[in-house]
Design a protein around this ligand. Structure first.
Ligand code: NAP
Ligand code: G4F
Length: 345
C-alpha cells in the first residue's frame, strides 16, 4: 500500500520537528514548508535527513510562506497530501503586541489561504486538515479547567489571530464538509523549545549560572500559571486527531497547573540550589539560600500589556475518544529539558 503523504507548515519549529519525526517513523512521506532566511532556520530538522538509522527517509522541503498564496497553491498541487498540519505561526504572544498586523496575516489569514488553496485545488474531499489552535484563546478565562465548550476571551493580537483561524477551520468543516479539525493545545515544551519562551529561557539561564555565569535571569510575571506538557506527547495527539473517524475539535492538556515561579524553583532544585524570594513587585529577587547570590530579577520589558493569568485544561474528550494521554509530568518535562541543556552548554 502506498504510504500516506503529509504536508507540515511550521516544520522548522518545535512541534514541526517532533511531528515530522513521528510521521516518518510511521512510514509517511513528509513534505515541509520552509521559508527562505538569510541564516539557517532548519537546525531542528537537519538531523532527520542525515540519520543513518532511517536510511529510507522520505522527506522533502518546499520553499514558501504563509503570506504567499501562490507558493501554498503550488506546493499543495504538487504534493497532493493526505494530511495537512498547519503549525506555522508567529507564535510568541509578547511579540504579537509589537507586530499585530504581521501576526494577523500569518496566523489568521495564513490559515484561510491554506484552506482555500485545498478547496480550490479540489483536494477538499481527500485531504485532512489540522489547525494548531491554542489555549491562549481562553485568555481571561471564564471557567477552570477549560474544555472544548469554554467560551473564548482572547487577550493578545496572537490569540485574536488564532481565533480567526479557529473559526475559519470550523467554517470550512461545516460549509464544505472538509475534514478540518482544531487541536486546542495548552503550553507544551521540550529541548527544542525556542529560546524566548519562559521555560527554555529559565533552563538556559539556570545552566549558565550553574556553569559559572554571574548573570541573573531577568523575567516578567512570575505568578502566571500554565498547564505545561511535553511536545512529544502533543504531536502524537495531533496525529490522533486526524485519524479520528469524524473531524472534531479537541483540547490537549495535562490538567496540572504551575506558576512560572514554581518552574524556576524546580529547575534550581535539580541544580542543587534552593531559591528564596525577597522584596516585592519590580524589586522582587530570587536568591540562592546558601550564598545569598541573586539568581532572578524582574524586568518590566517582559510584562505584557494584557496578561493571561491562568490556563489549566481538561483533556477528558481526547482521553475518551482518542485514548490520548500525556506521558510526561511537570518534573520529567523539566528533567528532560535540563539534561539536554547541560549537554549543550
Ligand atoms: P515555533 O517553534 O515558534 O514554530 C513556528 C513555525 O512557524 C516555524 O517553523 C516558523 O518558521 C514558522 N513560520 C512563522 N512564520 C511563518 C511564515 N510567514 N510562513 C511560513 N512559516 C512560518 O512554534 P511551536 O511551538 O512549534 O508551535 C507550533 C504551532 O502550534 C504554532 O502555530 C503555535 O502558535 C501553536 N501552539 C503552540 C503551543 C506551544 O505551547 N508550543 C501551544 C498551542 C498552540 P521559522 O523557523 O522560519 O521561523
Ligand atoms: O513561555 P511564554 O512566552 O508562553 P505563552 O505566552 O503562554 O504562549 C505559549 O503557549 C501558548 C499556549 O497557551 C501558545 F499558543 C503560544 O504560541 C506559546 O507557545 O510565557 C508563559 C508565561 C506568560 O504568562 C508570561 O507573561 O510566562 C510569563 N513570563 C514571565 N517572564 C515570561 C517571562 N514569558 C516570556 N516569554 N519571557 C519572560 O521573560
Amino acid at each position: 500500500m502506498a504510504s500516506k503523504k503529509a504536508f507540515i507548515t511550521g516544520i522548522t519549529g518545535q512541534d514541526g520537528a517532533y511531528l515530522a519525526r513521528l510521521l516518518l517513523r510511521k512510514g509517511y512521506e513528509v513534505h515541509g514548508l520552509v521559508r527562505r532566511s538569510s541564516s539557517p532556520n532548519t537546525g531542528r530538522i537537519d538531523g532527520m535527513l542525515a540519520n543513518r538509522h532511517w536510511p529510507d527517509v522520505r522527506y522533502c522541503a518546499h520553499f514558501g510562506d504563509m503570506t504567499d498564496t501562490m507558493s501554498l497553491v503550488r506546493i499543495l498541487d504538487a504534493v497532493g497530501p493526505d494530511e495537512v498540519y498547519n503549525l506555522a505561526a508567529q507564535s510568541h504572544v509578547r511579540v504579537s503586541f509589537d507586530m499585530p498586523e504581521f501576526t494577523g496575516d500569518v496566523n489568521g489569514l495564513g490559515t484561510l489561504r491554506l484552506l482555500e488553496a485545498i478547496r480550490s485545488l479540489g483536494l477538499d474531499k481527500t485531504t485532512r486538515f489540522y489547525q494548531a489552535s491554542t489555549s491562549e484563546l481562553y485568555g481571561k478565562v471564564r471557567e477552570t479547567p477549560q474544555t472544548e465548550t469554554t467560551p473564548f476571551c482572547p487577550r493578545s493580537p496572537y490569540a485574536i489571530a488564532k481565533l480567526y483561524a479557529y473559526w475559519t477551520c470550523v467554517n470550512y468543516r461545516e460549509a464544505y464538509h472538509m475534514f478540518a479539525a482544531n487541536g486546542i493545545l495548552f503550553n507544551h515544551e521540550s529541548p527544542l523549545r525556542g529560546d524566548q519562551f519562559v521555560t527554555k529561557k529559565i533552563v538556559r539561564g539556570a545552566v549558565r549560572i550553574h556553569n559559572g555565569s554571574e548573570e541573573p535571569i531577568r523575567l516578567g510575571n512570575l505568578d502566571a500559571r500554565r498547564d505545561w506538557g511535553h511536545a512529544a506527547d502533543y504531536v502524537a495527539g495531533m496525529h490522533a486527531i486526524l485519524q479520528h473517524d469524524t473531524p472534531d475539535d479537541f483540547v490537549l492538556a495535562t490538567g496540572q497547573c504551575h506558576t512560572v515561579r514554581q518552574w524556576l524553583e524546580e529547575v534550581f532544585r535539580l541544580l542543587d540550589r534552593e531559591l528564596v524570594w525577597q522584596g516585592q513587585g519590580l524589586a522582587e529577587q530570587g536568591c540562592d539560600r546558601k550564598t545569598g547570590r541573586i539568581l532572578v530579577t524582574i524586568d518590566p520589558a517582559f510584562f505584557r500589556p494584557t496578561e493571561v493569568e491562568l490556563l489549566c485544561g481538561s483533556a477528558d474528550k481526547a482521553r475518551s475518544l482518542l485514548h490520548w494521554q500525556p506521558e510526561y509530568t511537570f518534573q520529567s518535562l523539566i528533567a528532560d529539558m535540563l539534561d539536554h541543556e547541560l549537554k549543550e552548554q
